[in-house]
Design a protein around this ligand. Structure first.
Ligand SMILES: [Zn+2]
Ligand SMILES: [Zn+2]
Length: 297
């Protein structure tokens, strides 16, 4: 099965959702593609990633289920953990990412998010918001979530896989009964494997290879609506293995001056794509396939 996700249903001024399958939803913040996933079992409901932190995410989840919740993060980046603390229960996160999340500085990035929101949706879009609470909210209580763990939701099972690369403690969650793999930002058209919290190419490839044998039909990632199919994992591995660091295009980004957008040797980028990268577009759509590395390995 390849999922077709459409019919966005508006929940409130912040949230909308898409139905993936019976009892399986994607909740979107600002009607954009920073995805929170909800999987409802007979006993528990799992929430994977908690978005930017705008609005009342627990209320959005409660509009769809009254089951006791288990929270998960695919990784520790702010756009995935922003709403963790609003739930008041621990969140399961890859152990290698927990320290990074504890010591991250959130307020300046959240200020930037607020400015973006006002810029795109107007000043009314933040009326009534507790700005101080939003800017200073931490990552919530975190408990380690390790490769090989299995969470039984009652009739639905989530299996945990470590996928370092985009972040050291990245985790994928396999929903066995629906054959869906949730990967956060670790499987994209251009995966970012650079910066202080990332792992290099070798660890990234090893993680992807452990997903390759799983019989999933759809990959749901952190920032797209459209699922990727199973073959996308093969493509990701191929790209990472053949990515040519030497001819990579410098990424216009101050985080890591070595970071380069690297294309596989057998499919070099077209001049148009090179121009896009130079303009600062590092391929976060379905059209560009590359990986961002900060060293050859
Ligand atoms: Zn990320
Ligand atoms: Zn992200």
């Amino acid at each position: 099965m390849n999922l077709a996700l459409n019919q966005q249903v508006i929940l409130d001024s912040y949230f909308s959702y898409l139905k993936v399958a019976e009892g399986v939803y994607r909740i979107l913040v600002d009607r954009k593609y920073c995805n929170t996933e909800l999987i409802i079992g007979n006993e528990y409901a799992a929430v994977i990633d908690c978005g930017l932190g705008f609005g009342d995410l627990p209320a959005a989840v409660r509009a769809l289920t009254d089951k006791p919740l288990i929270l998960f993060n695919t990784h520790s980046h702010i756009d995935h953990i922003g709403g963790n603390a609003q739930f008041g229960i621990p969140v399961h996160m890859g152990s290698e990412d927990i320290e990074a999340a504890k010591h991250a500085e959130y307020s300046s990035f959240r200020e930037h998010l607020m400015e973006n929101r006002i810029h795109s949706l107007g000043p009314d879009s933040v009326v009534g918001m507790d700005t101080h609470e939003f800017l200073h909210r931490g990552p919530g209580e975190m408990v380690p979530c390790e490769d090989g763990e299995v969470f039984d939701l009652g009739g639905r099972t989530l299996k945990v896989f470590a996928i370092p690369g985009h972040s050291r403690g990245g985790r994928a969650f396999y929903l066995e009964e629906e054959k869906i793999l949730y990967t956060g930002d670790a499987v994209f058209a251009c995966t970012l494997c650079f910066g202080p919290g990332s792992s290099g190419r070798k660890a990234y490839i090893e993680g992807l290879k452990r997903l390759q044998h799983l019989p999933f039909t759809d990959i749901l990632s952190g920032h797209y609506i459209e699922p990727f199919n199973h073959a996308f994992i093969d493509k990701a591995i191929h790209t990472a293995e053949l990515a040519d660091f030497e001819t990579g295009i410098p990424l216009p980004n101050p985080i890591d001056s070595n970071a380069r957008v690297c294309f596989p040797k057998d499919t070099p980028p077209t001049p148009e794509i090179i121009e896009r990268i130079r303009q600062g577009d590092h391929g976060l759509d379905n059209k560009v396939w590359a990986v961002v590395l900060s060293s050859p390995e």
